[in-house]
Design a protein. Structure first.
Length: 126
């Protein structure tokens, strides 16, 4: 592909883990290839690969933004990624406090429920 794509795949694997990326790649089709390339280059190759803020901070921002915008289906994936980004349970709780104040309690409450469930699943696997 290209440098941005290659960097994106490297970062994506570092943050989400090989198993997650391998599953996603196995589901990729010709139909969604342009979209998958876009997010690999843009989200993972540019935003997540930037060293201007830490992965811990980026993880907290991502979880907060997903909650604030109601994109709840992505939250468990990013909670699982905290094992590799360095964002702690306390960091996630703090980020969701901000969501409650600035974007609404119902969104933060639902995100907190998803985070608790996902952290519990992660602890069961340890």
């Amino acid at each position: 592909m290209n440098k941005k794509f290659d960097q994106g795949m490297k970062t994506r694997r570092e943050v989400l883990g090989d198993a997650h990326v391998d599953r996603a790649e196995a589901k990729k089709t010709e139909f969604d290839l342009p979209f998958q390339t876009l997010i690999t280059e843009g989200a993972w190759g540019a935003v997540w690969s930037s060293d201007r803020i830490s992965r811990r901070e980026r993880s907290m921002l991502t979880i907060a933004l997903l909650a604030a915008t109601g994109n709840f289906e992505e939250i468990p994936m990013h909670i699982r990624a905290t094992a590799r980004t360095g964002a702690s349970k306390d960091d996630v709780a703090e980020a969701l406090q901000h969501v409650a104040i600035y974007a609404g309690v119902p969104k933060a409450n639902h995100a907190l429920k998803l985070a608790k469930e996902t952290f519990a699943e992660m602890e069961e696997r340890e």
